[in-house]
Design a protein around this ligand. Sequence first.
Ligand code: NAP
Ligand code: SF4
Length: 673
Amino acid sequence: MSEFPHLFAPLDLGFTTLKNRVLMGSMHTGLEETGDWNRVAAFYAERAMGDVGLIVTGGMAPNLEGAVLPGAAGLFDDADIKNHSIVTKRVHDAGGKIAMQILHAGRYAYSPDCVAPSAIKSPISMFTPKELDAEGIEKQISDIVTAAKRARQARYDGVEIMGSEGYFLNEFLVTRTNQRTDEWGGSYENRMRLPVEVVRRVRLAVGADFIVIYRLSLIDLVPGGSTWQEVVQLAKAVDKAGATIINSGIGWHEARIPTIATSVPRRAFAWVTKRLMNEVSIPVITSNRINMPHVAESVLAEGCADMVSMARPFLADSQFVAKAAAGNSDAIVPCIACNQACLDHTFSMKLTTCLVNPRACHETKLVYAPTKHPKNIAIVGAGPAGLSTAIIAAERGHIVALFDGASELGGQLNLAKQVPGKEEFFDLVDWYQHQVDALGITQKLGKIATADDLIDFDEVVVSTGVSPRDPQIEGQDGANVLSYIEVLRGAEVGKKVAIIGAGGIGFDVAEFLVTKHSASVDLQAWKLEWGIADPAEFRGGLSPEGPQPDKPERDVTLLQRKKQKLGKTLGKTTGWIHRAALNMKNVAMIGGVNYERISSEGLWISDGEARENPRLIAVDTVVLCAGQVPERSLADELESKGIKCHVIGGADVVAELDAKRAIDQGSRLAATL
Ligand code: NAP
Ligand code: SF4
């Protein structure tokens, strides 16, 4: 019997059957906008080959005013139908099924031409939308219906109508965004008229044997959001209007509560979907922070949903489902929910990829072909750069030896995993260890490699990483000063702390020092921390008490020399979460300082170039998080002896180094060895 009986039970939809309960959720990758439809097709076909039950594409605009941004892909004409047909054919040839998401962005559309039920600007947009008149509303319905018809012409198996996350259809539901007084506003009956009408008209247009998923916002997480009673009323109406499946939407984009970041506990919102289970006659899908087959299985086994949606895990590993089915779950590359190469890219207008899998969305460009000439390859440094190189080189057929001075694999990932909210790094390090073992890579750990150890190899890769930068502050050798490495390895730290340096590591160390128990592994504590309540009790699922975090463990001050706001260099979609989390724990953040000296009383600072306002921050411990320098001693030694090597990761360039760049560089090198 399968290890995951619920996950691998087929789902009979009457006119068609899905082979398992896994939906690959919609993601905007930017691939369609490249115009290279073979590349789009390769991306989806690889996931279909990996046996996912049903794929949902990234959101396609039904018209120009509803496009997320000017130039966003849609299904506007016959040429688009032809392009989309390339994708559906490849997915079907691979044995898969695929539905196209129709996304009308409403007031979130990044354009002065955006439209909405009322002319109310979103706090996360610079454009005030135009209020639609009755004719305008009819046009939007008709455009959505036309997009659905075209999707059928392009041989999609269905459509997903995006009705959540604060987009167009969702905006009609609540008075926060809908202050109309005509038949499309006012009472809830009127406010839900548009989504229901859209489903009804789409069903009429596409016929009975076509999947229509409605993505419904189950918990808005914004003031004035829907009540649970309204959610159920809409779900029942959407069911009656002809939807095949209801998918869960969690939180509007403008919500100030994280919903998918790594610090969100796994399956954090399955309880909300569970409430809907006996209310409708059609299958219900749950979503958000489900990233492993055993998590998905538990959600289904507990009756929280009929099906599970996972999106980013399919960037991390296209073969997720096939590996789980084959009893090989340990080989699934874990999505760590970092957003660094997916959503952060999308919001920076860059093509989506994945920190742990740089091939994602580059399937046709980055190819790991089996080697015809196996070589002996030495890799020194078992951090993310070295590990990626080792695994891909070994997969390609090379004979790999991996050296590291530490007794365990993982390098700086072993520090990151100690940070509250970064528990996913444990699984990532475990996955690396599993792959290194499974591929028979020789592990030479606990030994610093020298040039003499490396002379017999065909290729030498130096991925020795970084060392902490010496900030050269007077008094930094005092007993009250620690490096971030010492802190994250468990050194004793006083109750009052100053942190020098507010980059990613400074923020991580602050989080580590103010937190006693990580709320990311305790759903009730996490909900309390962020002020999440039951939508059946409070509108939008927001607690009237607001966030109620645990008392901070320490009194922490985070400092930097630059004048700008602290945390500006953190992830585009996650920086606000780190800042909010530290603000909730009363961490003082001071920029534009000079570090004058450290004494037994604490840290002496002054302000700006004129060194004004000299003062003492009285603390027990000062922690140095002042960045890194490349660790190049081995590379230099090899060079001096005339031994050629490839230098990658932090040992190569340290500026803006993070695991994303390290893994990308390692993977690309391994593809060419
Ligand atoms: P970083 O992001 O470069 O930050 C270094 C910090 O040290 C800055 O705040 C800098 O600010 C300060 N600094 C630099 N030179 C200094 C000096 N001589 N004296 C005193 N302060 C100095 O480096 P990091 O925090 O060590 O992180 C390393 C890498 O890991 C980064 O790429 C980071 O993005 C990544 N990382 C990311 C995350 C994440 O959440 N995504 C988490 C951890 C690490 P001033 O120059 O203004 O003082
Ligand atoms: Fe997951 Fe991070 Fe990859 Fe995005 S970049 S898919 S969040 S591991």
